[in-house]
Design a protein around this ligand. Structure first.
Ligand code: ADE
Ligand code: ZN
Length: 308
């Protein structure tokens, strides 16, 4: 298995139906069904929002520190089996705070699993952009006592209508704390969102970023500054951002000399972990082993653990 880093992975998106059922039983939470195949059968999405609705709903089963530990430990085991040597992992504290689960529980479980895990891993705290900048600032301030548990901040959830520029202040505060900065941009949103993420939020990586390809000046900027893009091919197909893998713009991004990485996003929902994404690119787009190895090398260069 080729060694790689995974840089775009939502820990909540690794909640497999089997674990949904196990945690529901453990926490005595009522589910519409306890049949894992019936749960999986719901995973057909028209767009990003229809996925997010299911993703947030399933989080109801995560209550205790042990639940977060088990979630992260299961991901790390799977990732190691897929050749991941280093992972920078997103989590959505607001999705837990809003259900009455305190930060202590979230950080406690996730950090302990990362510490015990089979590979090097770090956390990136994501703001839910559809809850606005004031709540983002509140959550960052509430998380600062746990500063040693996370290395950066990100921006995720429903993209269109929630542009990066709204989050200037909270990203400035994060930068002042020495935190790394990334943002989802150019998944459903246009190139203007990618420009804003770079110019206003000063992000060091762009998550997805595929629609940057619509703007040649932006492509030149990304190439010249070697700004990494964390592309998630199976996610893009499942969320209908692209019609099929064969239509994916990733090969053109490589031709443009962009620092492309390949990642799984929410693997419990999108039909594969990170090596499954690499394998799909080989199978459906005919990428060569040399190209896939170059993408894997990019993933280390693009990681915040990279030191020249
Ligand atoms: N949260 C989890 N996965 C996401 C994605 N692909 N885009 C935006 N927010 C997300
Ligand atoms: Zn994502």
């Amino acid at each position: 298995m080729r060694p790689k880093a995974e840089l775009h992975l939502h820990i909540e998106g690794t909640l497999e139906p089997e674990l949904v059922v196990e945690l529901a039983r453990r926490n005595r939470i009522e589910l519409p069904t306890y049949d894992v195949e019936a749960i999986r059968a719901r995973y057909s999405f028209a767009n990003l929002q229809s996925f997010l609705d299911v993703y947030y709903e399933n989080l109801a089963v995560l209550r205790a520190e042990q639940d977060f530990y088990d979630l992260a430990a299961a991901y790390l085991r799977r990732a190691a089996a897929q050749g991941v040597r280093h992972a920078e992992i997103f989590f959505d504290p607001q999705a837990h705070l809003s259900r009455g689960v305190p930060l202590d529980v979230v950080f406690g479980g996730l950090s302990a699993a990362l510490k015990d895990g089979p590979l090097s891993a770090a956390l990136i705290l994501c703001f839910l952009r559809d809850r606005g900048p004031e709540e983002a600032e509140q959550v960052l301030r509430a998380a600062l006592p746990y500063r040693e548990h996370f290395i950066g901040v990100g921006l995720d959830s429903a993209e269109v209508g929630h542009p990066p520029s709204l989050f200037r202040r909270v990203f400035e505060i994060a930068g002042g704390e020495g935190l790394h900065r990334v943002a989802h941009a150019g998944e459903e949103g246009g190139p203007d969102y990618v420009w804003e993420a770079l110019d206003v939020l000063r992000v060091e990586r762009v998550d997805h970023g595929i629609r940057a390809m619509e703007d040649p000046q932006l492509v030149a900027r990304l190439r010249e500054e070697r700004i990494p893009l964390t592309v998630c091919p199976l996610s893009n197909v499942r969320l209908r951002v692209v019609p099929s893998l064969r239509d994916h713009i990733l090969p053109a991004m490589l031709d443009e000399g962009l620092l492309v990485t390949v990642n799984s996003d929410d693997p419990a929902y999108f039909g594969g972990y990170v090596e499954d994404n690499y394998a799909a690119l080989r199978r459906e787009l005919g990428l060569s082993e040399e190209q896939l190895d170059a993408i894997a090398r990019n993933s280390f260069e693009a990681s915040f653990a990279y030191e020249g």
